[in-house]
Design a protein around this ligand. Structure first.
Ligand SMILES: *[C@@H]1O[C@H](CO)[C@@H](O)[C@H](O)[C@H]1NC(C)=O
Length: 197
C-alpha cells in the first residue's frame, strides 16, 4: 500500500516536471478578425522569374490577409525558372512545410552549430518537405521545366533573411577585413561580392 502511494507520488511529480519543461508560450490568439474586403489573392498568376536567382515568391501573410492577425499561419507560392533557386535563407519566426505542385525541386536545410549537418532531398510533384524554424535552407530547380511550390508557415509573418544579402549587402556594409577573415578570402574578393549585393 505504502509502496503504491509512493509510486503515485512519483508519477505525479514526474508529470508535473514534464508539464513544466514542455510548456510553450501562451497562444497569441486574442480574437478573430474577419477581413471584410473580398481579397483577391492572385495566387493563380505566375510571377516573373527573370532575375539573378530565377525565382519569385508570392507572400500571403498578415499584410495581405488581415484576418491572419494572431492566428499564427501564412502561405507563400514560389515560382522557379529552369535552374532557378530560392537562395539560402532563414525564417526567424516560422517552421515551413513545402509541397511541390509542378516539376521537381532539390531542397535542403543545415542544422545549427557544431554539426551543421545538411539534410537534402529531391521532391517531386505532390511531395512535401519541412524546414524547421530558423535553420538555413534552400530550394533549387535542377530541371529544365518551371517549378511551382506552395509553403505554409507557422507564423502570420515568418520573416526572411537572405544570407548573401544580409552578409554582403548590408547597409552600411560590414567591414571587408572582418568578412575576409571570417570567410578566409582575399579582401578584393569580398569587395567584389559587396559590390554585387
Ligand atoms: C516578381 O514578379 C513580379 C510580377 O510578376 C515583378 O513585378 C517583380 O519584380 C518580381 N520580383 C523579382 C524579385 O523578380
Amino acid at each position: 500500500m505504502i509502496k503504491g502511494v509512493h509510486f503515485l507520488a512519483i508519477v505525479a511529480l514526474l508529470s508535473l516536471a514534464f508539464s513544466l519543461v514542455s510548456t510553450f508560450d501562451p497562444s497569441p490568439l486574442q480574437d478573430i478578425c474577419v477581413a471584410i474586403d473580398d481579397h483577391k489573392s492572385g495566387l493563380q498568376i505566375p510571377k516573373n522569374t527573370e532575375n539573378q536567382v530565377g525565382s519569385n515568391v508570392t507572400t500571403m501573410n498578415v499584410d495581405q490577409i488581415l484576418g491572419l492577425n494572431t492566428i499564427g499561419i501564412s502561405l507563400v507560392r514560389i515560382n522557379y525558372a529552369p535552374y532557378g533557386q530560392n537562395a539560402v535563407h532563414t525564417h526567424p519566426r516560422a517552421t515551413e512545410i513545402l509541397v511541390v505542385v509542378e516539376g521537381t525541386l532539390l531542397v535542403g536545410f543545415v542544422t545549427s552549430n557544431p554539426k551543421n549537418r545538411l539534410f537534402t532531398k529531391i521532391r517531386k510533384k505532390g511531395d512535401v518537405f519541412v524546414f524547421p524554424i530558423d535553420l538555413i535552407h534552400v530550394q533549387f530547380n535542377a530541371g529544365e521545366t518551371n517549378v511551382v511550390a506552395f509553403a505554409g508557415s507557422s507564423s502570420q509573418n515568418a520573416g526572411a533573411i537572405t544570407i548573401v544579402n544580409a552578409i554582403f549587402g548590408s547597409n552600411p556594409p560590414i567591414n571587408a577585413n572582418v568578412l575576409a577573415k571570417a570567410f578566409q578570402l582575399d579582401m578584393n574578393f569580398i569587395e567584389a561580392l559587396q559590390k554585387k549585393f
